[in-house]
Design a binder for this molecule. Structure first.
Ligand code: XMP
Length: 325
């Protein structure tokens, strides 16, 4: 049976035995996985760990600033902040195909990562917060690390797994690869990660870029960021943030007719995606009160310029995926 204490002790022992006094590089995303990994490694090897945060420009409102503040100021784990917003946006300009978008973002991520690791390095090891579901969803053919059985599944190209070049100069450290999300949360909590990060909803690697269906522009990013903030703000205010696995907004490229005051509008719809799930592998759309939907709808249409309609996604997984791209 799995106990957190035993896992922490064993993981720290394994990490130390594996990396010795060599330097380890970690790409911090701000999510619970990479943050837990950072705390675990910091505990195991201290300042032999370097955390790099690449700001792709696809984060939620206020997130990059908050992340650096928590790590640097509160916990004295130095974060190398890399502002790469413009180059990521340039990479996906005009791209509408979801897999192509993911591929380009993943590719650019590796490029920035390589450049920056050269600047900050040399490093011997690369730490990755790969989880068990990432491993099975991302591999065409793979070996189940728990049962040893062969499995063949590919759903989406998650850019945090398998995207690294074959001639990788680093050796990998992946201490979370046998864990499910709820186990990572327990682990994070046990090693002192703030509750704010421990219970944060999962967020995909390519971020808001895959929640803007079709072409991503700076303007659409700002629009979605504001709508997304309202969704999280309202559930936080009502004290129900933790009732959801994820709760977010999706921006559609189509436009529809509306009316505001005595003006005709022709603008984008926002989709609300509020779901419950145990592990992200299956999910159910949340049966939220109509009143909550009404508040979100009113606020989004009134406060976010460029949106004139809000719809609610009532598709579970399967057959839908959680994300729209
Ligand atoms: P789907 O959309 O496949 O998502 O039902 C399942 C879970 O995975 C998250 N997700 C990602 N996480 N990189 C990640 O780290 C990605 O590229 C990615 N795509 C989806 C999604 O938010 C959900 O929790």
């Amino acid at each position: 049976t799995w106990t957190t204490e035993a896992f922490v002790e064993e993981a720290i022992r394994d990490i130390r035995a594996k990396v010795g006094d060599k330097r380890v590089l970690l790409a911090l995303s701000g999510g619970v996985d990479s943050s837990t990994l950072a705390f675990l490694l910091h505990r195991a090897i201290g300042d032999k760990l370097t955390c790099m945060f690449i700001d792709q420009g696809f984060m939620r409102k206020g997130e990059p600033e908050r992340l650096v503040d928590i790590f640097d100021n509160q916990f004295h784990i130095t974060v190398e902040y890399v502002n790469a917003r413009e180059r990521f946006l340039a990479q996906i300009e005009g791209v509408t195909d979801p897999e192509e978008k993911r591929r380009r973002i993943g590719h650019e991520f590796i490029k920035v990562f390589e450049e920056e690791s050269e600047r900050l390095g040399p490093f011997d090891y690369l730490a990755q917060g790969t989880l068990y579901p990432d491993v099975i969803e991302s591999a065409d053919t793979n070996v189940d690390p728990k049962s040893g059985e062969r499995i063949a599944v590919k759903i989406k190209s998650h850019h945090n797994v398998g995207g690294l070049p074959k001639n990788l100069r680093f050796k990998l450290v992946e201490p979370l690869r046998k864990l499910f999300k709820d186990e990572v949360r327990k682990l994070g909590r046990a090693i002192g990660l703030p509750e704010e990060i421990v219970r944060r909803h999962p967020f995909p690697g390519p971020g808001l870029a895959i929640r803007i269906i079709g072409e991503v522009t700076a303007e659409r990013l700002n629009l979605l960021r504001d709508a997304d903030f309202i969704v999280r703000d309202e559930i936080s205010k009502q004290g129900i943030y933790h009732d959801f696995w994820q709760a977010f907004a999706v921006l559609l490229p189509v436009r529809s007719v509306g009316v505001m005051g005595d003006q005709r509008t022709y603008a984008h719809p926002i989709v609300l995606r509020l779901i419950t799930s145990e592990d992200g592998m299956t999910a159910d759309w949340a049966r939220v009160p109509y009143d909550l939907l009404e508040i979100m709808s009113n606020r989004i249409v009134n406060e976010v310029k460029g949106v004139n309609r809000v719809v609610y996604d009532i598709t579970s997984k399967p057959p839908g995926t959680i994300e729209w791209e």
